[in-house]
Design a protein around this ligand. Structure first.
Ligand SMILES: Cc1cc2nc3c(=O)[nH]c(=O)nc-3n(C[C@H](O)[C@H](O)[C@H](O)COP(=O)(O)OP(=O)(O)OC[C@H]3O[C@@H](n4cnc5c(N)ncnc54)[C@H](O)[C@@H]3O)c2cc1C
Length: 411
């Protein structure tokens, strides 16, 4: 990223295109999702907009250029994510599946694997979805540990030309696919004789072998298609192992670097909407007093501090996505800061804005708590800040020769 923070003409165009799409398709979707109580029915509401986004070429934007896609740089990704997530963060999470699930394919896939697994996402047709099946119902923060810890419990057993996969997976977007027969591509973190490994199951392997135990009813990100499932005798060709047996821990951690960085931008989107609501309230409401409440210095201070923190997280997230998606050596550190600092700042800022508005905010119909409900997800998804992300930062800090100036280029 050049050290200029002005958007280029192309980025301006991207911002306007993304905003137009969001206003045309995601605003109404968000209203419909809010009104639908059933978690599966409301997740399926996204499909028409999803198909339109695919047709318009947006899905390709999540696939890097060397693999046939049209992904731009990290700042471009931040612009698109912020514009869409401002209306419907759940829709973005749903579409961004390939960003995580295909990352290990890009890293170690054979040319044949790359062509086969990436193809559905380049077709500009239908509603192809990908799931990164890492999380398990009994916990995932310690997925890398060997026995006697449980670590990763899902197994892939050697059966001649195939792996036979059994186990339970949870949370990942689109585990059951749109229809219960699985996503187009599911990257499964599992235990093989050689250790934690990744195998890719395609729809033809998954259909009829997924038992949905529960569709989660999330407090925020209400339109996400998240479920707890059982994989029953999923037979996957041996040729679908990614990299080597035992390489799964490293590949899984790498897969979540870019998406971790993006969490800062998701938090910005929620803060930006909450700020607008609180600012409008403060400039128009007197609450029985003589002046709009923004004239009270204590109220203006809350808005001033909120705005500064929003801008700080936005810039941090641009930097983090740029570093993570360009493969910068400090990409992981930047991603961790955007994930941890961005997500926790998001919760704090929106909570402060709720306090500013006062009791009126404590009503489902007042458009503020909904953004807190979305923001509350960000410290715990994409690897919880306590169990996963700060542990990764701890590993960097305790590494030999850690250079605190390297990330900024100031060493
Ligand atoms: C909308 C949404 C989308 C998601 N998308 C995906 C996805 O695409 N793919 C996917 O696989 N998952 C996905 N998840 C799950 C998500 O990534 C979780 O962050 C992940 O399961 C890990 O959760 P956890 O860290 O809380 O782990 P857990 O193992 O459940 O740990 C729970 C808590 O225990 C403590 N803890 C456990 N171990 C340690 C330790 N070693 N050190 C310190 N503290 C510890 C921490 O406080 C931690 O938060 C999604 C979830 C949601 C809600």
């Amino acid at each position: 990223m050049p050290v200029s923070f002005s958007l280029s003409p192309e980025q301006e165009q991207l911002k306007h295109g993304a905003r137009q799409f969001a206003e045309a398709h995601l605003r109404d979707l968000a209203d419909a999702v809010r009104a639908e109580p059933d978690p599966l029915r409301r997740a399926l509401l996204a499909r028409p907009a999803f198909e339109k986004a695919v047709e318009a070429g947006f899905l390709k934007g999540f696939v890097p250029v060397p693999f046939g896609g049209a992904a731009g740089g990290g700042v471009d990704a931040a612009i698109l994510i912020e514009e869409w997530a401002a209306h419907s963060p759940d829709f973005v999470i749903s579409m961004a599946g390939p960003l995580i699930a295909l990352a290990p394919v890009y890293q170690v896939g054979t040319p044949e694997q790359i062509e086969r697994f990436v193809a559905p996402f380049l077709a500009d047709a239908g509603a192809p979805v990908a799931a990164m099946a890492y999380s398990e119902p009994g916990g995932s923060a310690n997925f890398d540990l060997p026995a006697p810890a449980e670590g990763t419990r899902t197994t892939a057993v050697d059966d001649g030309d195939h792996w036979v996969v059994n186990g339970r997976k949870a949370w990942a977007s689109h585990l059951p696919g749109w229809d219960g027969d699985g996503p187009d591509v599911m990257t499964i973190v599992c235990r093989t004789p050689g250790g934690v490994s990744l195998v890719v199951a395609e729809r033809e392997h998954l259909a009829g072998h997924i038992e949905v135990e529960q569709y989660y009813d999330l407090p925020g990100l209400r339109g996400c298609l998240t479920a707890r499932i059982r994989l029953v005798d999923v037979r996957v060709p041996k040729a679908n192992l990614l990299g080597a047996e035992g390489q799964g821990v490293e590949l899984t951690r790498n897969a979540f670097v870019g998406s971790g960085a993006s969490i800062g931008t998701f938090a910005v989107a929620a803060m930006r909407r909450a700020f607008d609501v609180a600012h409008r309230f403060a400039t128009t409401e007197r609450r029985g007093g003589a002046v709009p409440i923004i004239e009270h210095q204590s109220v203006a201070d809350v808005l001033a501090d909120a705005k500064a923190r929003i801008e700080a997280v936005r810039l941090l997230s641009w930097r983090a996505l740029d570093a993570a998606l360009s493969g910068h050596p400090s990409g992981l550190e930047w991603a961790l800061h955007a994930k941890v600092f961005g997500s926790e700042t998001g919760v704090d800022v929106i909570n402060d804005l709720i306090k500013l508005v006062g009791v009126s905010a404590y009503d489902h119909d007042f458009p503020l708590v909904r953004y807190l409900n979305d923001a509350l997800a960000y410290p715990v998804i994409e690897g919880s800040n306590i169990g996963v992300r700060r542990r990764q930062m701890q590993a960097l800090l305790t590494g030999e020769g850690y250079d605190a100036l390297a990330a900024s280029g100031m060493s």
